[in-house]
Ligand binder design. Structure first.
Ligand code: CA
Length: 217
């Protein structure tokens, strides 16, 4: 869907991000120091750079200054203090995420930045189902299906994290909002409605002892 450069010197973190971005369908390149990140960004077109601040060679901030000014950037850093945040955003970063982070939070931010930058999916198609994120409308074989705002939000969360198993708690957090104090059975009820309305009985899978997954494979 999008081409994303991961600049991160900690190999397990770089690999974790790569695995998850690949699972949701993005094409990924990996750099382990600042110089390599700049070289890759100059030689290949990317839609987004995930940029660690503490990188060997050039720091993330130095890398940012060498990138195309309009290149979408999300800084990823262990240093969560305010001055770093201000420096990152002062350099024109699109977002900022502090390690350790939840992978779902990272994916949600990636999707949000890509959509703002017009590089993300404006639409999503699976079997006969067509989702338009610009108009919040959903069609099955060309006929509109009406979803409540909550059902649409849940569908959006499943699509953003497609092929990943999501717990009911994660779905509540992402689709209902981080401070929603609902019952996880609410998720089950809405999942049933989505399956029925979108004819996605086999696509929206129950993951034993975990929760749900939208399978696109
Ligand atoms: Ca680092």
């Amino acid at each position: 869907m999008a081409r994303i450069l991961i600049a991160e010197d900690e190999k397990p973190i770089n690999e974790l991000i790569r695995r998850n971005l690949t699972l949701v369908g993005h094409a990924v390149a990996q750099a382990y120091n600042g110089t390599a990140a700049v070289e890759l960004a100059e030689s290949e077109p990317f839609d987004l750079v995930l940029l660690d601040v503490m990188l060997p060679g050039l720091s993330g901030f130095e890398v940012k200054e060498r990138l195309r000014p309009d290149m979408p950037v999300i800084f990823v850093t262990a240093r969560g203090n305010l001055s770093d945040r201000l420096q990152g955003l002062g350099l024109g970063a699109d977002d900022y995420i502090v390690k350790p982070f939840e992978i779902l939070e990272l994916l949600a931010r990636v999707e949000a930045v890509l959509r703002r930058a017009n590089a993300g999916a404006k639409t999503f198609d699976l079997d006969g189902c067509h989702v338009d994120f610009g108009t919040y409308r959903v069609y099955i074989d060309g006929a509109e299906v009406f979803l409540t705002p909550q059902e649409f939000s849940l569908l959006d969360t499943l699509i953003c994290n497609r092929n990943l198993a999501l717990s009911r708690e994660q779905l509540l957090e992402q689709a209902w909002g981080f401070d929603y104090e609902g019952d996880t059975r609410t998720v089950d009820v809405h999942i049933q409605k989505l399956r029925k309305k979108l004819r996605m009985d086999t696509r929206i899978q129950t993951v034993y002892k975990v929760g749900y997954r939208l399978s696109t494979k």
